[in-house]
Design a protein around this ligand. Sequence first.
Ligand code: SF4
Length: 365
Amino acid sequence: MPMQQPLEPSAGGAARRAPGGLSAAARRYGALPMPALDWNAQVERETAPLYARVKTVIPAIEWPFFAPYVKAINALKAERNAVILAHNYQTPEIYNCVADFVGDSLQLAREATKVDADIIVQCGVHFMAETSKILNPDKTVLIPDPRAGCSLAASITGADVRLLRAKFPGVPIVAYVNTSAEVKAEVDICCTSSNAIDVVESLGADTVVFLPDRYLASYVAAHTKVKIVSWHGACEVHERFTAEELRRYRTDDPSLQIIAHPECPPDVIAEADYTGSTAGMIDWVRRRRPRRVVMVTECSMADNVQAELPEVDFVRPCNLCPHMKRITLPKILDSLLHLREEVAIDPAIAARARRAVERMVNLRR
Ligand code: SF4
């Protein structure tokens, strides 16, 4: 098996800083001065409707720290003609108070194709920002911290995919969107956890190579007749959950509902009442309104859904994604002020990756 790659983004997709510290985007649009970040009665008044959205998950004592950033970021978005796309794993003050669009990878990829803005600020991890850039080559795509990687994206390179192609000639290759642009450029089609089974079956093949998540691959294999050849990657957050801890929760409260993400190991999924993508899990809780539920996924998502559904009691086995948590309000503000870090992808790689992403986005089943 090939060596695991480091978590930093690959050079092919790395953000670029122009000489002298200014990003290329800052030279195009100009940097802006730092706004005032004082907490005062006016800021309190202006941000009160936003605090009302998160008051069940952000203590009042913490709001004076967040509110000046929330106000400044929302003003800068208008000034920059920028939008913020935020993944479901972002913290509540980002997800509920500054994001224009929220969702899972597929929802964000779709939104990225529709945005009417000059600048996209991606609050998520690096492969998500790359996907936005792939779909919006003429827009400026920023990620507030380019070190926000992903253990799945880091588990495989474009060279690895070329080796798989040579080993399995004629077999279609599907890549989970949690991959770098250079990997997407080598595959036939991308998928997310929402549409993985549909994508695999859309190919009309007996066998499909599915990468890089071995657990999502085994989940797909359990729900299709197509033979799945998997890679050895794993999400460092979801693989930490154990079936035993879920059984303990169930013993303590037999009425507890357990819903799990398909990046979890198979014995964890076997304990779940429902398995689906982050968007699927949120929909499930919205529709079913369980009295108590445990979302077996990154723990910020429970906070975000709790803010919307205060009557549901969320049990929180807190597994944080350290990469998602690199994105903070101060870094988003810095990103909008100085237009960094800009995501740049070799145009030839981006064009090939776009084919695989658009094939997924356009799939209708
Ligand atoms: S939660 Fe897992 S799959 Fe998602 S970004 Fe973090 S490491 Fe990657």
